[in-house]
Design a protein around this ligand. Structure first.
Ligand SMILES: C[S@@+](CC[C@H](N)C(=O)[O-])C[C@H]1O[C@@H](n2cnc3c(N)ncnc32)[C@H](O)[C@@H]1O
Length: 161
């Protein structure tokens, strides 16, 4: 049986607070894993607004079943490489990666609305340290240069962790 674990509770909480996603926002998650974080997002936003990408077919199938068994079956779990994003659901208000990222795929910037955010645990090849970074997409991606700035959200309401 394939395995994939959820991030630590504190990391999940920190990232969801930084994501600053409010009802009505459309969110793309990269790395479905167990489906836990997708369920939390769905609890806040509604299943129709949550899409989650998982590269491992068997992990994705397990997550679909777990989500269905727990009443979150309407979340769209898609098998595919998160580096490509999911253009069919764009533009997103938020993209959150829950797998470590070494280079930020430009597809994520392109698929985020101006003013939207991309949140990721960034790791480099020197330290391996994970740093949670938020990129705010400053303008339409079509209008190059690739403008982005960093900032963190305020995360108003608690999440049901
Ligand atoms: C830390 S786990 C994610 C935890 C998950 N959000 C949860 O709530 O359980 C990372 C997941 O990202 C997936 N992953 C890694 N690289 C990926 C990629 N390029 N595209 C999509 N998923 C990827 C892994 O297979 C793994 O299931």
């Amino acid at each position: 049986m394939p395995t994939s674990s959820a991030s630590s509770s504190i990391m999940v909480a920190v990232m969801l607070a930084a994501l600053d996603a409010v009802p009505g926002y459309r969110v793309l998650e990269i790395g479905t894993g167990t489906g836990y974080n997708a369920a939390l997002l769905s609890y806040r936003l509604g299943a129709q607004l949550v899409t989650s990408l998982e590269i491992d077919q068997k992990v994705a199938a397990q997550a679909r079943k777990a989500l269905s068994d727990t009443g979150y079956g309407e979340i769209s779990v898609i098998t595919g490489d998160g580096a490509l994003g999911h253009p069919a659901g764009a533009p997103y208000d938020r993209i959150i990666a829950t797998a470590a990222v070494h280079q930020i795929p430009y597809s994520w910037v392109e698929q985020t609305r101006p003013g939207g955010r991309v949140l990721l645990p960034w790791a480099n090849s020197y330290t391996g340290a994970l740093v949670t970074s938020t990129i705010t997409v400053a303008q339409a991606a079509a209008s190059l240069p690739k403008a982005a700035s960093c900032g963190c959200g305020s995360g108003a309401d608690p999440w049901p962790l």
